[in-house]
Write a protein that binds this ligand. Structure first.
Ligand SMILES: NC(=O)c1ccc[n+]([C@@H]2O[C@H](COP(=O)([O-])OP(=O)(O)OC[C@H]3O[C@@H](n4cnc5c(N)ncnc54)[C@H](O)[C@@H]3O)[C@@H](O)[C@H]2O)c1
Length: 333
């Protein structure tokens, strides 16, 4: 157990990725504190709520952060205002994503925290020139979210280079899976498609559906993040965390339609005005080589796990399962 009795703070730990990380840390024996303002997070996401310390508050509150970070060995910084909120309210995005990250680093420097891991995003690549995207390819901040996430990264590098603060950055691509709740209005595209298809509604695809993404299952993302925390060779480094596979939105919808045995056909609507990236797939060789990390969950298996979870947790999507077609457990295994 890599984290046995380690004192760890997770910001944004009630959110989608954060809660999966917290659950795994508890299973590995860590003593976890979560700081989350519950903007999109839900305490119910944390399976071991009774075994952790939960503090409702914001990363923008430096005094609180400093208090919570005292004697913590590792801090995972996942608190975020998401891309949709950030486009509507770039100042709030800046406050949480950039200044919040700065606060974590400043407190870590003052307190001598052993390790900070910053969860960044493949959004920092914008529309890439080449595929698959390497960590040192051109960065392009085409929306405020990408700008704030990249600013967070830049401060991580600055604190590493100037003060030798041990910090690692993990850049995730299109994460999906358990705890990505359709109740969250900003949830990812996989959850949105499951929700509409399970409700028997027509899924709406922006553009022609031939845009691609690198869909990554949350357990793989959690494992890469944990490996970045414990590997000394990860200090001062940034790692792509993706599946390394390119999937079009059309293919994704078709897979969900097949899995749910639905007969709905998607409709095509206007191109999205944010996150309007044509193609994305990450090169994950550096993560394989240094972190010794390889994604374990294929898209097909990840979608099955997500479907299973939605069926078992209908409170996340109340109209997803009409009572008369509610499947037996044995039908979905
Ligand atoms: N989900 C993805 O596909 C994806 C892709 C790339 C990067 N990421 C990164 O992963 C991290 C987690 O994202 P997620 O998908 O779990 O999002 P999420 O919205 O589910 O989780 C974010 C959490 O941060 C909390 N939060 C928001 N503002 C806060 C504040 N001021 N103080 C404390 N907590 C605050 C929210 O309540 C929520 O629990 C983020 O840093 C995000 O940039 C996610």
């Amino acid at each position: 157990m890599r984290f046995q009795n380690m004192k760890i703070l997770v910001t944004g730990g009630a959110g989608f990725v954060g809660s999966n990380l917290v659950n795994k840390l508890v299973e590995e024996g860590a003593l976890v504190t979560v700081l989350d303002d519950l903007f999109t997070g839900r305490k119910e996401n944390i399976a071991y709520l009774d075994d952790i310390e939960f503090v409702k508050g914001s990363v923008t509150n430096f005094t609180l952060l400093e208090k919570l970070m005292k004697k913590k060995q590792i801090v995972f910084n996942l608190a975020v205002r998401n891309i949709i909120v950030s486009v509507k309210s770039p100042r709030l995005d800046f406050k949480v994503n950039t200044e919040g990250t700065f606060n974590v680093l400043q407190a870590a420097k003052e307190l001598g925290t052993e390790k900070v891991v910053y969860s960044s995003s493949a959004s920092v690549y914008g529309n890439p020139k080449y595929l698959p995207i390497n960590e040192d390819d051109r960065l392009s901040t085409i929306n405020p979210y990408a700008a704030s996430k990249l600013s967070g990264e830049n401060y991580c590098f600055a604190f590493y280079e100037t003060y030798r603060l041990p910090v690692s950055i993990v850049r995730y691509s299109n994460v999906f899976g358990v705890n990505q709740s359709p109740l969250n209005p900003y949830c990812g595209v996989v959850s949105k498609f499951f929700e509409s298809i399970m409700k028997g509604e027509v899924p709406q695809i922006h553009g022609d559906g031939e845009q691609t993404r690198d869909f990554t299952y949350v357990d793989d993302v959690v494992e890469a993040t944990l490996l970045a925390a414990v590997n000394p060779r990860a200090e001062g480094e940034v790692f792509n965390v993706g599946s390394g596979k390119e999937t079009s939105v059309n293919e994704l919808v078709q897979r969900i339609v097949n899995l749910t045995e639905s007969s709905v056909k998607p409709v095509y609507i206007d191109r999205r005005d944010i996150d309007n990236i044509r193609r994305r797939v990450l090169n994950i060789e550096k993560s394989r080589r240094i972190l010794r990390w390889t994604p374990q969950i294929t898209l097909e298996t990840g979608l099955k796990k997500t479907y299973h979870w939605l069926l078992e947790n209908e409170d996340h999507c109340p109209q997803c399962i009409p009572p008369k077609v509610k499947p037996m457990k044995s039908m979905i295994g």
